[in-house]
Design a protein around this ligand. Sequence first.
Ligand code: BJW
Ligand code: ZN
Length: 252
Amino acid sequence: MIEIPNELLIKLSKADSVVVLTGAGISAESGVKTFRDPDGLWAQFDPMELASIDGFMSNPQRVWSWYQHRVEIIHNVNPNPGHYAIAEMEKLFNHFVLITQNVDRLHHRAGSTNPIELHGNIIENHCFNCKKPFFGETNLPEGQIPRCDECGGLIRPSVVWFGEMLPYDALMKAEDESANCDVFFSIGTSAEVYPAANLPFIAKRNGATVVEVNPNITQISSYVDYRISAPSGEALPLLVEKFKDFLSFSIK
Ligand code: BJW
Ligand code: ZN
């Protein structure tokens, strides 16, 4: 039985600005693997080999085929009720901002408008050398990597690897929105990867109510105001339904 605290509904009804930060857990119920769960990607693969500049430079083909495999998985899955509930939440508040660490674009497909993508996305590609966006054919025979039509450099996915800076404008907006919101949700993230993991702390320091939706305990669990310990695909539709009921009840 998932519990949505009444106090939280009251806080939400008074909130002018709501920020949601999501991580891999929001897509778990779509069939996309998380990173740090026992069956997650980092239990099977070395992040420094597959998600770092050094890893790409030492074996670009290995990195490229791993990402092609993940793109294929993502093309074959669909947003789940958690993604749709977040798209619905957007309509319920004066100011609503979605920040995601995910690269799978499932929030877009569920109808969220303009999510801030902190770690880029896996659908687009650019040149490793000159950074020019690449729109050519990526589905090449195994072992081949597309090359830049400008400089001949290797093409890479437009994601943020370890040791790389996050897109500056996205990070600045995420920090600013977190500092100025009334309620901040941290959903399906282990909150282990910085600077994204700072955002709940920025929100809390600036007076926001911080809510975590995650079936497991994380780095921020002891710090949050409310924890909804359940899968997001179950908890979020319920939260939206209860909140709508609460609103219609209170205007009667
Ligand atoms: C559910 C659920 C359900 C399950 N419902 N929930 C020491 C050495 C080197 C670097 C550092 C260091 N100390 C700090 C750093 C910096 C580093 C960092 O933070 N490292 C930490 C690991 C310590 N950060 C960076 O390097 C970042 N850049 C940066 O800081 O630039 C400045 C700088 C430059 C140079 C040096 C130092 C600083 C960049 C980080 C890029 C992260 N990239 C990845 C890969 C993206 C591409 C790809 O997808 O391949 O991003 S790593 C991976 O982790 C991915 C994710 O976005 C990110 C966060 O993971 P997330 O989303 O939280 O997933 P999980 O798996 O960790 O958690 C899932 C959660 O879901 C769990 O809690 C489950 O319980 C839950 N869950 N089912 C709800 N149904
Ligand atoms: Zn180039």
